[in-house]
Design a protein around this ligand. Structure first.
Ligand SMILES: [Cu+2]
Length: 71
């Protein structure tokens, strides 16, 4: 199945450390690619072919301290 681009809204990011943490958290989930984090825009984006991983990503980022939701 082709990768689909997913965007998350991410709260609580206030500096490069925060966006780095979100980036690292997403990089720790196998099956995600093209990961990017937009500190100013309060968003994170990635591509995946597995829609179940969207919830996994939302939960992991939220657990890391940055409440996330699908944009
Ligand atoms: Cu920070």
């Amino acid at each position: 199945m082709a990768d689909q681009k997913v965007t998350l809204n991410v709260d609580n990011m206030s500096c490069g450390h925060c966006s780095g943490m979100v980036q690292k958290t997403l990089e720790g989930i196998p099956g995600l690619s093209d990961i990017s984090v937009d500190l100013e825009g309060k968003k994170a984006a990635f591509a995946t072919s597995d829609q179940d991983l969207v919830r996994t990503a939302v939960d992991a980022v939220t657990k890391a301290g940055y409440p996330a939701s699908k944009a």
